[in-house]
Design a protein around this ligand. Sequence first.
Ligand SMILES: [Zn+2]
Length: 210
Amino acid sequence: MFKIITAALLASFLSIALADEIKGRVVSVADADTITVLDAANTQHKIRFEGIDAPEKGQDYGTKATEALKAAIGGNPVRVVTTERDKYGREVGTVFAGDRNLNSWLVENGWAWHYKKYSTDAKLAELETKARAARVGLWADSKAPIAPWDFRSLQKQQRAVKQGDAVPLGYWLNTSSKSRHNSTCRYYKNTSKGRTCEKDEGKACGICGG
Ligand SMILES: [Zn+2]
């Protein structure tokens, strides 16, 4: 019993201790949800924006989203309210440039998704819905990229296939256009109507080769 209480107290103490604030300047923008901040004591902090997920570097709109974030920071100092450290050692938090909450700003302007798997933030969910409806940022593209978490999981699968650790994912048939896409394609599982299919169904996509 005593042990359980001690553990609970320790856990609550740690979560308070981790709610921290970092002030400094941005020395690197890896992508639109990961930056490095250098504080006044010359310590570098790798920051992962909390509750959002932005397109990966190798993904469509990865560069544009990164440029949009850089422009929003505009060389100004930032303040980061961190809540935890993730499994990669990054400090997870909300980034402010002046009064602007950049996590919200990125979703509001269509440069990032609300990261539903890890965040129940109703405000971020609402901002994404509005951004999609207003077709801002990457939502202006009728073929907006797949969500970054789907992109990462497809890449992981493709690496496993290359290493012989997994069988290929198969193909995706756009049942409207009858185009067939392989798992490397941006349209794989990303058409308004479609289903998985075999190699000999439909006609090969001109981009991925089916
Ligand atoms: Zn394709």
